[in-house]
Design a protein around this ligand. Sequence first.
Ligand code: ZN
Ligand code: ZN
Ligand code: FE
Length: 341
Amino acid sequence: MAEGFNELRWNPLLGAWVIVSSKRRGRPWRSGECPFCPGAPETGFGWRVLTLDNRYPALRPDARTSRASRGLYEVKPGYGYCKVIVESPQHEGDLSDLPFDDLKLYVGELIRVTRELCADPNVQHVIPFRNKGEVIGVSLTHPHSQVYALPFVPPRVAREMESMRRHWEERGECLLCSILRLELEEGERLLYGNGSFVSFLPFFAMWPYEVHVYPRRHFGSLCEMSAQEVEDLADALKVITAMYNSLFDFSLPYMMVFHQRPCRVEAEYFHFHVEFYPVHRERDKLKYAAGIEWGAWTFTYDSLPEEKAAELRQALLRGLASLGARGYRARGAPLGGGKVD
Ligand code: ZN
Ligand code: ZN
Ligand code: FE
């Protein structure tokens, strides 16, 4: 039984749910003891990738609300699941450090967890993500991702869906397929491509080193990937994170988010993709979502995306070299760099 309260409160100004969870009695980890290392109370031994329940879940199937709704002030139970995917038995590292076979297991686990959580009829959306780095508030360095199973379609995904649906209906084609074609035509923001995925810094990037990874084939969710696509996504994740970690002389913090179609919406117009948002704008400067970004949801980009893409392309070459030195042969190759008139 839940010890605290887990509820959704409706923000009537923005038309969005806020997930509220009160402090629960937890057994805090003794410092120095990693909860994700093999042999910890919840992990055991003999695994390469492992899915755990978040010990302090924002959402839970037995959620209790602290109060009733009242007029405009709507409250609902914070129903859902918060999972942690421990990506490796190794205590340190990024996706780029995982052996390729383990990365494939990781992608496979994202698929399995998406399928399992979507099977709950009260779950509307499953969103896997990875936060890396102390500046993003991650204190546990053991490599891990998270998966939230939400009882609603989150606004950002809903907004993307709406844009994709409109484009599909008005132009008779997929928005992301169209973006991908434009990026391939223009070339100057392309970074890396393998048989199934193309990675680039988008024309419309909001974060200085934002990178999107789009499958070449049109499909809507992790669960629809072929074995070849699983392999190629693992390769793309490995190479892009190696690129980031070669950009400066430190391991680059980032957020990585998987955007897939909701569990219970057909949405044939939805095109699965992965987005990376590093928070640096220079080696020793962070980009904040500050007054104009957060207060107006209007991002300012303090250089040209094409310039940042050129920087990333140099880092990509260094990243590929460092992966090569560690015995990894990338499935794809650097792309683009050409300037269009
Ligand atoms: Zn550990
Ligand atoms: Zn598409
Ligand atoms: Fe997206």
